[in-house]
Ligand binder design. Structure first.
Ligand SMILES: Cc1cc2nc3c(=O)[nH]c(=O)nc-3n(C[C@H](O)[C@H](O)[C@H](O)COP(=O)(O)OP(=O)(O)OC[C@H]3O[C@@H](n4cnc5c(N)ncnc54)[C@H](O)[C@@H]3O)c2cc1C
Length: 279
């Protein structure tokens, strides 16, 4: 594991064969599948926004929450609103106006830059300091320690989106797709060190997970305002899809209990003791 902090972008060492089971057709099918199974209606609504940017692709990020919540008072009384994107610099430009007490658009703390590079090529075994023959090397995930000397955080062999019948992950001697997470973009020279040959690469720069080091380690609030909840506050405890799923469930329960005046079910002090007793 590359660091003691719980962070996204690092595959965990724990039972990685089970964790990284590929989804035929691509992982994006999980989202549409979950919506179908839960019979959730996804409404793609045009949220009012105003742009202060010159570049059109950046413009939709600037949204006035006030216009969502206050322009139509009927909606405000009908719905609870859950913010499900990080409210941090570089991640979101949602503006909360007209709230009392005022709500910040950004909470303190920043996100780590992680660069994801997909490369189609043949791995250079000497980059890994391995004496193994490339034709015998079928390791799927290589993780590095949190070392300033290492140019990569992790290196993973990627399976095809459409998995053919009888598919077996190819060894490093066969050109296939690798995914590299690195703190900085990889230079052509670094790619040449890592791969004997490569014919294509694609780079994406992410702000992937919170910087957990001081001075900022405080978790933002989950309840931002009456009927306004913030799901991604959980990332400041640990950042992973599972955490977001737990947070979403908790927020739904919280909104339900508050909406039905069941405050007694919120922050139950003896809950853990009772759950232990039930087990
Ligand atoms: C490179 C990388 C690798 C990762 N690897 C793993 C992993 O192996 N395992 C794991 O568990 N987690 C991993 N994570 C973390 C995981 O992706 C996040 O925990 C998860 O995506 C959080 O889900 P979310 O829905 O809360 O937020 P997001 O997935 O960030 O979704 C927020 C959405 O809100 C949208 N949005 C933002 N602003 C607005 C706006 N104003 N109006 C409308 N929409 C808006 C964004 O476009 C985005 O679609 C990784 C993350 C990165 C970046």
């Amino acid at each position: 594991m590359s660091s003691l902090s719980p962070r996204a972008g690092d595959p965990t060492t724990k039972d990685s064969r089970r964790r990284f089971r590929p989804v035929g057709g691509g992982d994006k099918r999980v989202c549409s599948g979950l919506l179908d199974i839960s019979k959730t209606e996804l409404i793609t609504a045009k949220v009012p926004f105003q742009s202060k940017f010159d570049h059109p692709s950046q413009a939709p990020q600037l949204i006035s929450m006030r216009s969502i919540m206050l322009e139509n008072p009927a909606q405000h009384t009908l719905y609870d609103i859950v913010i499900a994107t990080p409210l941090h610099q570089g991640k979101s430009d949602i503006i909360f106006s007209g709230f009392s007490p005022p709500l910040p658009s950004h909470y303190p703390g920043r996100y780590h830059r992680t660069v994801s590079t997909l490369i189609h090529g043949r791995l250079n075994m000497s980059f890994l300091w391995s004496t193994k023959k490339a034709s015998d090397f079928t390791v799927s995930h290589i993780l590095t320690m949190d070392s300033e000397d290492s140019i990569i955080n992790s290196l993973s062999s990627i399976d095809p989106v459409q998995i053919p019948e009888g598919y077996i992950r190819p060894p490093a001697s066969v050109a296939h797709v690798w995914k590299v997470f690195s703190p900085q973009p990889l230079t052509p020279e670094q790619l040449q060190d890592m791969f004997i040959t490569w014919d294509s690469s694609s780079e994406t720069r992410w702000l992937a997970y919170p910087i957990y080091r001081p001075p900022q380690r405080k978790t933002p609030p989950v309840i931002l305002h009456n009927r306004l909840y913030y799901l991604n506050a959980v990332e400041w405890a640990a950042s992973a899809m599972e955490m977001s799923a737990i947070s979403a469930r908790n927020v739904a329960l919280l909104a339900h209990h508050r909406g039905h005046q069941q405050e007694v079910k919120v922050d139950q002090e003896d809950l853990h003791t009772r759950l232990r007793g039930e087990l």
